[in-house]
Design a protein around this ligand. Structure first.
Ligand SMILES: Cc1cc2nc3c(=O)[nH]c(=O)nc-3n(C[C@H](O)[C@H](O)[C@H](O)COP(=O)(O)OP(=O)(O)OC[C@H]3O[C@@H](n4cnc5c(N)ncnc54)[C@H](O)[C@@H]3O)c2cc1C
Length: 279
């Protein structure tokens, strides 16, 4: 086993882990981020930054590089709980009254560049698989052993660190299962949105499906969809090309033709929270 020492070790290089790494680096704290994936998956996932988040990013000098990558968007408000009425943010007296449309992986790329430039170390292909509490903390990750004063778990909703520590995760299980996919369309009907605008203009509910198509440049779209009837799939059931093509046909008509599927996964509306954040 290789031994590494640091002040803070962070599990997970998603937006949370990378933002923390940048904050700690700004404060001069020695930080190592351990990330399971050998390289970043260019998955759109989160597609927009909300006004208050934009303000915080601006305070840290992070907004400009993100705005350079943002996609054109109609100047229309965001949404609350997917309601079909634009959320008017102008009374908030914010300089950013509209959501900023940018794929999550691009946000992560900017955060990682900035954190690394300030001295944070990011090690990929290192999945945390063991945690020992004692005088500080010892973390193991794919043959690497890290000694640190603090470990911060930023390894997502299904956190390995939380499970290794046996922490309770109360809440309610998901009530529906939906598909999230980055796709390319080789032909589109007039029902396919051409520009990013309010969520209600991107969403359709028809023929037993609901779906949202967000154009992210050229022939690329972020597709989310679900079925109104029961499905046998679970969160981990692989998404098939056939089910994506079937959903597109049902919601956007036969003229809408699926090209490449860049990536696809499932998500639920499960709602849970750990009881404490400090152990
Ligand atoms: C369909 C959908 C749409 C969304 N849209 C938006 C949106 O428009 N705007 C918005 O703000 N948010 C949106 N979100 C929410 C947003 O994606 C999440 O809030 C965000 O991903 C949480 O970031 P995170 O860094 O906490 O966790 P994650 O993004 O889950 O990152 C966790 C990281 O930890 C790594 N990891 C996991 N296990 C280990 C391990 N054992 N060791 C080391 N690393 C590990 C993972 O590989 C990953 O890189 C959306 C989510 C979904 C599913």
């Amino acid at each position: 086993m290789t031994d590494v020492e640091t002040e803070v070790v962070i599990a997970g290089a998603g937006p949370t882990g990378l933002t923390l790494a940048y904050e700690l680096a700004l404060a001069g704290v020695e930080t190592l981020v351990l990330e399971k994936l050998p390289r970043r998956v260019e998955q759109v996932k989160g597609g927009a930054i909300q006004p208050r988040t934009a303000e915080l990013l601006e305070m840290r000098g992070l907004l400009k590089p993100l705005l350079r990558r943002a996609m054109p968007r109609d100047p229309v408000g965001g949404h609350f709980a997917m309601l079909p009425v634009p959320l008017d943010c102008t009374p908030w007296q914010t300089r950013h009254p509209y959501p900023i449309t940018i794929p999550q992986w691009e946000i992560e790329e900017v955060l990682e560049e900035r954190a690394a430039a300030r001295g944070a170390r990011i090690r990929r292909g290192a999945a945390v698989d063991g945690v020992e509490n004692g005088d500080g903390v010892t973390v193991s990750a794919d043959g690497l052993r890290v000694r640190a004063r603090h470990l911060v778990a930023c390894d997502g909703g299904r956190s390995t660190v939380r499970k290794l520590l046996g922490l309770p995760f109360p809440g309610r299980p998901g009530t529906y299962l939906a598909v999230l996919a980055d796709v390319r369309l080789s032909a589109t009907s007039s029902l396919v949105p051409r520009r990013v605008g309010h969520i209600s203009g991107l969403t359709r509910q028809v023929n037993g499906y609901w779906a949202m198509l967000v154009p992210v440049g050229g022939d690329r779209y972020r597709l989310t969809f679900g079925r109104e009837d029961e499905t046998e799939a679970t969160r981990d059931t692989p998404v098939t090309r056939e089910e994506i093509a079937a959903a597109l046909r049902a919601v956007y008509g036969e003229e809408t033709v699926l090209g490449e599927v860049d990536n696809a996964s499932r998500f639920t509306d499960a709602t849970r929270q750990v009881e404490h954040y400090l152990y």
